[in-house]
Ligand binder design. Structure first.
Ligand SMILES: C[S@@+](CC[C@H](N)C(=O)[O-])C[C@H]1O[C@@H](n2cnc3c(N)ncnc32)[C@H](O)[C@@H]1O
Length: 227
């Protein structure tokens, strides 16, 4: 079956950029903010060892160059074969797989860190519990599951989603729903961090953003839990 994101193999970044042009910031700024947050979470929750990471719904792998040096081994998986082909062409050092979207083709406890970045809002809500339980299954005991999502409480996020052509069928989920899904899947020590409250690359703005990470207004949030 042809997947929605197959059509965005060559212009994924341009489509995202056109939906956020009103912010005056490049897509790379938002990607760096996610990478910085992930780096902090790895240090705080997994310690100094570089983790083996699985990125579920990795798309064309545009986030993956930012993870070099941060993880020991990176695997990406997606339902869109065309996106995976592009990701493979762009990131020769990453292991990529296409799959049917239900069961992850990995043994239990295969990874230290499993992420899904802006993926759940493209999954049918009835399938969210299974999606989360699969992430939970393939992470090792003590490992970390992290979901990064659009924050529906932020009006500019809603504007960006409304302007993004591939978000037409998106169903946004708030952080409390993400936390509930994590708890139901058996994860514990569940936390949330909001980020991208201030749309600025300036260092003081970045510091304010970090200080206000408990305020549920950032454009995106990370929900994470330990297996
Ligand atoms: C908005 S893109 C995000 C891509 C990437 N994570 C990023 O942040 O650049 C959403 C991705 O989720 C994928 N996707 C949708 N449903 C999925 C599922 N059930 N399992 C894995 N990937 C899925 C889509 O094919 C698409 O590549």
């Amino acid at each position: 079956m042809k997947e929605l994101f197959d059509s965005y193999r060559s212009n994924y970044r341009d489509v995202v950029q056109s939906s956020i042009n009103f912010s005056g910031l490049p897509h790379s700024f938002f990607m760096r903010a996610k990478a910085d947050l992930l780096r902090e979470l790895i240090a705080q929750r997994l310690g100094p060892q570089k983790p083996a990471m699985l990125d579920v719904g990795c798309g064309v792998g545009s986030f993956h160059p930012l993870l070099r040096g941060m993880v020991s081994h990176l695997t990406g998986i997606d339902v869109s074969p065309a996106s995976i082909a592009q990701a493979r062409a762009d990131n020769r050092d990453v292991a990529y797989y296409a799959f049917g979207g239900s069961n992850l083709p990995f043994d239990a406890a295969s990874f230290d860190l499993v992420t899904a970045i802006c993926v759940l809002h493209h999954v049918v809500p009835a399938n969210w519990p299974h999606f989360m339980s699969e992430m939970r299954r393939v992470v090792r005991p003590g490992g970390l599951v992290c979901v990064i999502e659009h924050n529906p409480l932020n009006p500019l996020t809603r504007l960006a989603v409304a302007r993004c052509e591939f978000d037409r069928d998106a169903v946004l989920l708030g952080a409390s729903k993400a936390r509930k899904l994590m708890a139901s899947s058996g994860l514990h020590e569940i936390g949330t961090r909001y980020f991208l409250l201030l749309p600025s690359e300036a260092e003081p703005a970045r510091r304010v953003d970090t200080t206000l990470s408990n305020v549920p207004l950032g454009a995106q949030y990370a929900a994470f839990g330990t297996a």
